[in-house]
Design a protein around this ligand. Structure first.
Ligand code: ADP
Length: 399
């Protein structure tokens, strides 16, 4: 079975084509700058070479068309015809309370994704554009929606409610939804397979630490809490997102910074975090380099990043009254032995011990980095959201 996975953003479409027989990626790439004059498609050719095709793409349908044409082109293609394609799986940001698992897309599902635009105003419209573009070009192909929020729908009320007047939840659906659900689901399952244990009876904290970052507390295979909230801005300090801030500061910050709701949203999502504190970059590698060059604010940014990550992991240990396994994933979690060690140094009170050598060798591979006598297992599991989307799509289509 061949499955195309699409991740549509407001001006971009990332894709991966999977051969499900051996779960291999047979083509991948992405369209960028949709809506601008200099839009282009960048992809990896079957021989591994990278190629760029420049083409003005005023909207998503043209982007999807170019991707499909490239997949079947004589020069760069991997398919003889689009008939070889069995299904398309989409990453969809916000399923609200309507979806606790992946679903086959029909008119009802499209309507429900539309209904959730209010909750995911930047992403859901782009996800819908991708779905509609495929529908237009390949009207009969099955499409599946995999929601970033779905895995977190098992959270109990006490974890997902904000302590605002109850009618804000009832009338306006104001609550914690959580994101990165596909990643938390994948790594929490994968770590159990990797260790040869069952999710039942196991307490896991998954730390997805990339440009965006969130934690999930997972008991018996089900999410019981997560750090992102109604939007992806809550929780951990991230590349450009502030994470936790005091909501009471709003009137003051609005007046001092000359901000309104939109510009504040921009501030906490795009100008804060590692970037905002360091003034250097949102990228952890740049922060590390700046620290090596003696930049004090980069050092402060890293200290804050690690401190908050450690503190919130501790809060999730408390939320579950203990934790058996801590999983690191995401660009930083998978690659930065420094961040992992600094975080684990702050968790020794839990009987957690790191094997320095294993930790320093773990870069994008599945490795247990705790010592044999550590009370909590610490494991690096590279995430694979696209493969999870493809697997869900395969399972649903086969039904
Ligand atoms: P996104 O959330 O956009 O998917 P990623 O999960 O790819 O982001 O994570 C990107 C982050 O991972 C960047 O901050 C990058 O600097 C960091 N990163 C990647 N490799 C390393 C490394 N070797 N050491 C430290 N940080 C790294």
């Amino acid at each position: 079975m061949k499955i195309l996975v699409l991740n549509c953003g407001s001006s971009s479409i990332k894709y991966k084509l999977f051969e499900m027989a051996d779960r291999s990626v047979i083509a991948q790439g992405g369209v960028e700058k949709i809506g601008l004059k200099d839009s282009f498609l960048k992809f990896t050719k079957p021989n591994g070479e990278k190629k760029v095709i420049e083409k003005e793409m005023p909207e998503h349908t043209v982007g999807v068309e170019l991707i499909l044409n490239t997949l079947t082109s004589a020069e760069d293609g991997v398919l003889k015809s689009l008939n070889e394609l069995d299904a398309v799986g989409h990453r969809v940001l916000h399923g609200g309370q309507a979806f606790s698992e992946s679903v086959l897309i029909n008119d009802e599902v499209i309507k429900a994704i539309e209904d959730n635009i209010e909750l995911g105003p930047l992403h859901n419209p782009a996800n819908l554009k991708g779905i509609n573009a495929v529908k237009k070009i390949l009207p009969n192909i099955p499409q599946v929606a995999v929601f970033d929020t779905a895995f977190h729908q098992t959270m109990p009320e006490k974890a997902f409610m904000y302590a605002l007047p109850y009618e804000y939840y009832e009338k306006f659906k104001v609550r914690r939804y959580g994101f990165h659900g596909t990643s938390h689901r994948y790594v929490s399952k994968r770590v159990c397979d990797f260790l040869g244990i069952k999710p039942e009876g196991t307490k896991i904290i998954t730390a997805h630490v990339g440009n965006g970052g969130s934690l999930a507390a997972i008991k018996d295979g089900k999410c019981v809490d997560t750090t992102m909230g109604m939007t992806p801005a809550e929780g951990l300090m991230m590349g450009t997102r502030a994470g936790e801030v005091d909501p009471g500061m709003l009137p003051y910050v609005f007046s001092k910074g000359g901000l309104n709701a939109d510009s504040f949203n921009d501030l906490v999502n795009k100008k804060s975090g590692l970037l905002g504190v360091s003034g250097v970059s949102s990228d952890m590698r740049d922060i590390m380099q700046a620290i090596a060059d003696g930049n004090e604010r980069a050092k402060l940014a890293l200290d804050m990043f690690v401190y908050r990550l450690t503190k919130l992991i501790g809060s999730f240990v408390a939320a579950m009254n203990g934790t058996d396994i801590l999983v690191f994933t995401g660009g930083i979690g998978e690659n930065s032995d420094i961040v992992r060690r600094l975080v684990c140094d702050g968790l020794t009170y839990l009987g957690l011990k790191i094997d320095e050598e294993k930790n320093s060798q773990a870069h994008g591979t599945e490795v247990v980095i705790s010592t044999a006598d550590s009370k909590m297992k610490v494991v690096v599991i590279p995430t694979d959201e696209e493969l999870t989307i493809a697997s869900d799509t395969e399972a649903i289509v086969k039904k």
